[in-house]
Write a protein that binds this ligand. Structure first.
Ligand code: PLP
Length: 428
């Protein structure tokens, strides 16, 4: 008996639904639909699962492109940066009783993932770079510290020389959270290639995006193997799926963070376009800075390596909270895309004081983990005022988003508005 061949389950209808996501006029969509339907006979639909794919996998191609772009030997595609961070920690063998250091200014996901791995988050202050303060980092290292998550916040590199020196001295792996900083550099090295592993977000709001998605980068083959094992407990990633482990530690109960071919295709196109976006953001930021004439007491955020800045955002520090509060609505009224960061009355997942899940020792299950993984006396003492520099800088910060398509005239106009508003706010 010979069965088949049968057609694919995914065919013209699915392609047209995807096309419908684009805002082409109805007439154009109808024209494309007509052309596709006319030639659909005998055309096989896509295989949207990356593994066991009879066609070259877009996810695998995106991994090669990402590794090439970041300059690491390996890249592993996953479904988010949250997944990438968990995968990185699991690859390092982090679990109950371990401590992982994270800055007090980052999106909550960077800290939440530590608890997800049943480890204890140790929250460290930031300095005037708004990235982890190396002095406080070294103070917070204990004999239980198993990793440091360094966040290149708002596209600006952390002080990687000092951080690597401290972490190498204490033999602590560094996970670079590059969710907001794809394409950024520090002293000529791409972010995500300096620490032990890099984690990237491809969610819609990031420099590169595939709606949802993420990548983990590393030069360490064993960590890659363990990361693959965690990201796909079905073990489809293994050349021989059911083979015994080659080395103790290759197989364990993992999860499913696999990226689909649809995300892979979009991510691949985005990675190829990265240099264009980065050039646009950087030009926009330097043009705005060139047009600034700031009054005494107003400063620009210190950037650890201005050349490596992605340029997605410009941060000003006002002299006090009152002038910050005066400037923000005035900038908004002028049409400048500006926002404040810390106001204790306004909830914001980017500042540690609002991480009640951590500060309040919340747990998903009656086992009380991660907080029951160590003696009570060994738990860090969380207090809302434990990172005073963070609250001071963020309370006075004005964040201005750039756009890679800003023209020279846009930048000039933005700089003029900032000069006017900031001067008036300080003079009040
Ligand atoms: C610094 C940082 N880390 C991690 C994440 C999580 O990324 P994802 O949405 O891809 O899980 C984000 C997302 O906003 C982020 O900004």
């Amino acid at each position: 008996m010979k069965l088949g061949p049968y057609t694919s389950k995914i065919h013209t209808e699915e392609l047209l639904e995807v096309l419908d996501l684009w805002e082409y006029p109805k007439s154009v969509k109808e024209q494309i639909a007509k052309t596709i339907r006319a030639s659909a006979k005998g055309i096989k639909g896509p295989h949207l699962f990356r593994y066991y794919n009879p066609r070259p996998s877009k996810v695998a191609e995106a991994e090669c492109a990402m590794a090439g772009y970041i300059g690491t030997k390996y890249a592993l595609a996953v479904n988010s940066c949250t997944s990438a961070l968990i995968t990185a920690m699991r690859a390092l063998g982090i679990g109950a009783g371990d401590e992982v250091i994270v800055p007090g200014y980052t999106f909550f996901a960077s800290a939440a993932v530590i608890g997800t791995c049943n480890a204890i988050p140790v929250i460290v202050d930031v300095d005037d770079t708004l990235t982890i303060d190396p002095l406080d980092l070294e103070r917070k290292i204990t004999k239980r510290t198993r990793a440091v998550i360094v966040v290149h916040m708002r596209g600006m590199p952390a002080q990687m020389d000092k951080i690597m020196r401290i972490c190498n001295k204490h033999k602590i792996p560094v996970i670079e959270d590059c969710a907001q900083a794809a394409g950024g550099q520090y002293k000529g090295k791409m972010l995500g290639s300096i620490g032990t592993m890099g984690c990237f977000s491809f969610d819609y709001y990031k420099i590169l995006n595939s709606g949802e998605g993420g990548f983990l980068t590393t030069n360490d083959q064993w960590l890659l193997t363990r990361a693959q094992s965690w990201h796909d407990c079905a073990a489809c990633w293994r050349p021989d799926r059911f083979a015994s482990e080659k080395r103790e530690g290759e197989l364990f109960c993992g999860e499913n963070y696999r990226m689909s071919e649809l995300q892979g295709a979009v991510a691949l196109a985005q990675i190829k376009k990265a240099p264009k976006y980065l050039a646009g953001y950087r030009a926009a930021k330097s043009r705005i800075i060139a047009g600034l004439d700031l009054p005494k007491g107003v400063t620009l955020q210190r950037v650890a390596d201005p050349k490596g800045d992605t340029g997605i955002c410009l941060m000003l520090f006002m002299p006090d909270i009152e002038s910050t509060k005066a400037a923000l609505p005035a900038l908004g009224a002028e049409g400048v895309p500006a926002g404040g960061i810390y106001d204790h009355k306004v909830k914001d997942w980017h500042v540690y004081v609002h991480w009640e899940h951590i500060l309040g020792h919340k747990s998903v299950a009656p086992d009380g983990l991660p907080w029951t993984g160590v003696k009570k006396s060994d738990l860090p003492k969380y207090r809302k005022d434990m990172c005073p520099q963070c609250l001071d800088y963020l309370g006075r910060a004005i964040m201005i988003d750039t756009h890679w398509e800003f023209s020279a005239a846009d930048c000039k106009a933005i700089a003029a508005c900032i000069n006017k508003v900031v001067k008036a706010a300080v003079a009040q």
